[in-house]
Structure formats: C-alpha cells, structure tokens
Design a protein around this ligand. Structure first.
Ligand code: HEC
Ligand code: HEC
Length: 355
C-alpha cells in the first residue's frame, strides 16, 4: 500500500506539483463544507450566506413576477447545496436566447432576454421571439464548489495561456476578463450573483433584497471548499497530458487574494484555462457576452466525479460522449482520444472519473 501511495505521489507531483499534499494532516473538507482556515467571522458569513442561498422566496418578499425557481439551492442542489442541478422535473434547466452573432450579438433585452424565465406569479410569461435570427440554448446547472478560489486566480495567469489551441480571453467592456458563466460573461461573483437573483428569482438587489444579504450569498460561494482532491492515476494523467486535453483543461492555478488569507496562495485544481474556445458547429448555440455562437469557456473538470450530465446543456450522458462531441479547436485531440489503445483509454477514464 505504501508503495502504491508513493507511485501515486510521484504521479501527482509530475502533473500537479506536490505542494498541496504535504498539508493534508488536517481532515480535508468534504463537498459543501467551508474552506479550511476561515476566521470565526468568515465562518459566520458562510453559514449566514448558505441561509440566503437556500431561502425560498415568495411573491411577498420579491419573487417574480417572472422567475425560474424559488431559491438558488433549488437548482444548485446535488449532491449537496452549492452543487449541480438534479433535473428532477423542476426547472434546473434554463432557456437562453439571443439573436445574430458577434460582433453584433443582440441579447434581446427588449423582449425579456437573454434568460427566458419559465415560471410566473401571475402575469403571462414572455415568449422567445419567433424570428429566424434567434438562437435558443439550453443550460444545465453547474456546481459552485471552490468558486471563491476560481475568482482569486490572477488575470495574468489566465492571460498566460491565451493563444494556446486558439483560446482567447473574454475581455469585457470594462477591460476585465470574464470567467463565470459558460460564455464567460462575468468577471466576479458579486456581478454574477446580483444577476442570478434577478434572472433566476426575479429578485432585484437592493430593492427586494439588501446588498448586505447579497454579499452574504457571495461569501457562501466564495468560502465553499473545492471538492476533496482527486484520486491520482498516473497513467491516466499522462494520457490526459500527452493527447492535448490539458492544453485547454489547465490542471492547476495558484490564487492571489487580498480578501482573505483562506483564498490567498492556494492551489486550485481547476482543469480549465478559463478561456473561450471554438468547439465547432456541433456544440454551437447562441452568442452571449463577448462569446460567439461556437465559443464556450473551457468547462472546469474540477468535481467531474459529482456530475452525471455533461456539456453546457447536459446533452452528454457519459464522459466519452462529451469528449466525442469536441470539434473545432479540439478536433485533433478528439481524434487522438479515439486512437488510444483500450488500456490507455481505460486509464484516462479512471483519471477523469476521479476528478
Ligand atoms: C433555475 C436554476 C438556477 C437557479 C435558481 C440559480 N442558478 Fe446559478 N446557474 C444556473 C445555470 C443554468 C447556470 C449556468 C448559466 C450560464 O452558464 O450561462 C448557473 C451558473 C451560476 C454561476 C456561475 C457558475 C460557473 O460555472 O461559472 C454562479 C456563481 C451561480 N449560478 C450562482 C447562483 C446564485 C447565487 C443563485 C441564486 C441567486 C443561483 N445561481 C440560482 C441555474 C440556476
Ligand atoms: C480546444 C480546447 C479543448 C480541448 C483540447 C479539450 N477540451 Fe474538453 N472542453 C472544452 C470546452 C470549451 C468545454 C465546454 C463545452 C460545452 O460545455 O459545450 C469542454 C468540456 C469538456 C467536458 C464536459 C464537462 C462538463 O461537466 O460538462 C469534458 C468531460 C471534457 N471537456 C473533457 C476533455 C478531455 C478528456 C479532453 C482530451 C481528450 C478535452 N476535454 C479536450 C475545451 C477543450
């Protein structure tokens, strides 16, 4: 066993750097736990934020008139609060629609877009405009574990990978780099969360929810620990590296943050470069933010083990199917995947299923 462990450590050191392992004497946080080493007041904010994230809004406290669900936790729910959607029949799957493509993407704001809500407290829902220029896309609910660390990745680290496999930074109107949302529409959690209250629940900050409660919700996400470290499969990792997956799914970043020592100088095993990539016409749906129809932010593979549906709309039921649907800038990597021997492919799948 010790021998096996050493082999695993060496494999880890090769791909991910060994630094994180030495500190594993304290019990590792499990899914849904806060980051280790939070101060008492940060822990209080995490817990209070979890309550706002889980609060079921009613029309009396601002829900609607149009909304997708009654609380954040109704969608970000599996296997614990903060996670993915369970898609159990309620509305964990969203409908987005925009018209045209870059450089003149029309987000249909005048018609209620780009997120077309699916529930109402009374007034008729706004239909997606019936026009041949309109493109509709489905979005499944992603997990938020470790997203405070994602926010704390320095922009310079993201920029250092620009151009690799054609990846480009989602440079927003204010010059910052979008990193949240499948089209990399938002640069920070406060902006994304404020938009989520509005688009998902019809709750307007600060009119219907105080900025203070919004900030608590942000701190719940910020202090939510990443999934426990992956199981390490050195051979699978080597395959992942050698056929080019890691050229977009960047294994590791190191954070820098002045917000909290718990967010500063941490390794985050994200498996994403946070850049936009064109994966070809098969996955293309709609333009949004600065992204064109065929462009998506490289989906983080951190926490892959907790998911059962894959790709932006959950269309892939297996990891193999998700890989097979990578075209465009990943086309030759997909071909290399299919050229693997059965043994190599099995090793890669074991590695991916442990992330
Ligand atoms: C109706 C289901 C639903 C509800 C309710 C919901 N979300 Fe989400 N959430 C989604 C979907 C779908 C996405 C992906 C959207 C996209 O990529 O454009 C998402 C994305 C996110 C992201 C970005 C994740 C990433 O991968 O970059 C954050 C942060 C987030 N939600 C927070 C919240 C918060 C906070 C609330 C409550 C105010 C909330 N969500 C309510 C479905 C939901
Ligand atoms: C050119 C960049 C690029 C390369 C190379 C690449 N990917 Fe991806 N990957 C992406 C993007 C972008 C997405 C998001 C696509 C979407 O949501 O429709 C993605 C999504 C995924 C997903 C789905 C994750 C989820 O939860 O929805 C998996 C699994 C995945 N990639 C694995 C791999 C593997 C394994 C390889 C190597 C065989 C690989 N990728 C190569 C860019 C890339």
């Amino acid at each position: 066993m010790i021998r096996k462990r050493i082999v695993q450590l060496v494999g880890l050191a090769v791909i991910l750097g060994a630094a994180s392992l030495s500190s594993s004497t304290v019990p590792l946080p499990q899914l849904g736990d806060p980051l280790p080493n939070l101060s008492a007041s940060e822990l209080t904010r995490f817990t209070a934020g979890l309550a706002v994230f889980s609060r079921d809004f009613t029309p009396e406290d601002g829900l609607g008139p149009h909304f997708n669900n009654t609380s954040c936790a109704q969608c970000h729910e599996a296997p614990v609060v903060g996670g993915t959607g369970e898609n159990e029949g309620d509305v964990d799957i969203e409908r987005h629609a925009t018209a045209g493509d870059q450089p003149s993407c029309n987000e249909l704001a005048a018609s209620g877009g780009p997120v077309f809500r699916q529930q109402t407290t009374g007034p008729a829902l706004l239909p997606i405009p019936a026009d041949f220029t309109v493109n509709v896309g489905i979005r499944s609910t992603p997990a938020l574990f470790g997203f405070g660390l994602v926010e704390a990745i320095p922009e310079a680290s993201i920029l250092s990978n620009v151009g690799r496999r054609g990846g480009r930074a989602a440079v927003l109107a204010d010059g910052r780099i979008g990193r949240f949302g499948r089209k990399a529409t938002d640069a920070d959690l406060v902006t994304f969360v404020t938009g989520a209250f509005d688009k998902e629940q019809g709750v307007i900050v600060p009119d219907e929810l105080s900025s203070a409660d919004r900030d608590l919700t942000v701190d719940f996400i910020r202090f939510l620990a990443p999934p426990p470290p992956p199981e390490y499969h050195p051979i699978g990792q080597a395959v992942f590296l050698s056929i080019g997956c890691a050229e977009c799914h960047t294994p590791k970043f190191v954070t820098r943050s002045t917000l909290s020592p718990a967010l500063n100088g941490r390794a985050v095993y994200l498996f994403s470069d946070l850049l936009l990539h064109d994966l070809g016409p098969g996955l293309a749906d709609l333009c949004k933010g600065v992204a064109g129809r065929a462009e998506f932010r490289t989906e983080p593979l951190m926490g892959l083990r907790t998911r059962s549906r894959f790709l932006h709309d959950g269309r892939a039921l297996t990891i193999e199917s998700a890989i097979a649907q990578h075209g465009g800038q990943a086309e030759d990597v997909t071909a290399a995947f299919f050229a693997l021997s059965n043994l190599q492919r099995a090793a890669l799948m074991r590695f991916l299923k442990g992330l």
